[in-house]
Design a binder for this molecule. Structure first.
Ligand SMILES: N[C@@H](CCC(=O)N[C@@H](CS)C(=O)NCC(=O)O)C(=O)O
Length: 219
């Protein structure tokens, strides 16, 4: 049986969790606290960099969330999460990479602030805001009249971007003027897979307390 080692607040984990649900696969969820439990020899045999998510599929184990998504798509093609035509596939891959390579690093100072690590450096915050505007404009254009990035079916692009973009307003970055992106976010958030994996405010508070305790210990 498939086993997903995860942490419910990790966007990388959540992407894999959503893909498993969208594909209607049977799997076991194993939650790590990341309070040191990621360094056990048993877990490090599965995930050598002590990162979640890690997926075990019988005798095969795999890390790196985007690689896991591709593996799941190739191994379990039912409820396809990748379009076939070249243009749609190109858009899906582009949105995945823009999210990982451009959006996530730009969000990082704001996420840090939400976790109580202090306000971001003003210059970095400004650079991030400029990046968000470029990404949101691009995503709005790529969505066009489609429900999702790859067309009418949810894809790995929606899963990858769709656990990050909805956090922007919570980080003080409004998205409502990008009307297609806003409608796409609403569409995703109403899907059972998004609702079942939505982190609760209590989980966030717990993580924040853990991060602050770690910071205090390091000082
Ligand atoms: N590039 C990796 C990043 C994985 C990653 O950084 N995971 C973090 C949580 S989001 C983690 O496991 N941190 C615990 C640790 O490094 O000990 C992926 O996409 O899976």
């Amino acid at each position: 049986m498939l086993k997903l080692y995860h942490q419910p607040l990790s966007p990388n984990s959540r992407r894999v969790w959503i893909a498993l649900l969208e594909k209607e696969l049977t799997f076991e969820l194993i939650a790590l606290k990341l309070d040191g439990d990621q360094f056990t020899p048993e877990f490090m045999a599965i995930s050598p960099f002590h990162h979640i998510p890690a997926l075990v599929d019988d005798d095969f184990s795999i890390v790196e969330s985007q690689a896991i998504l591709d593996y799941l798509e190739a191994k379990y093609p039912e409820h396809a999460l990748q379009p076939k035509d070249p243009k749609s596939l190109g858009i899906v891959q582009m949105v995945r990479m823009v999210t990982i390579n451009e959006l996530s690093p730009a969000m990082s100072p704001f996420v840090g602030q939400m976790m109580g690590m202090g306000a971001p450096d003003p210059e970095k915050a400004e650079q991030s805001k400029q990046k968000f505007a470029i990404i949101l404009q691009l995503f709005d254009r790529l969505l066009g009249d489609n429900a999702f990035f790859g067309g009418e079916q949810v894809s790995l692009a929606d899963i990858t971007a769709g656990v990050s973009i909805p956090w922007l307003p919570k980080l003080g970055i409004p998205i409502d003027s990008y009307t297609r992106v806003q409608a796409w976010c609403d569409r995703l958030q109403s899907r059972p897979a998004w609702q079942a994996t939505q982190p609760t405010p209590e989980m966030l508070a717990q993580l924040k307390a853990m991060m602050q305790a770690r910071m205090a210990k390091a000082q």
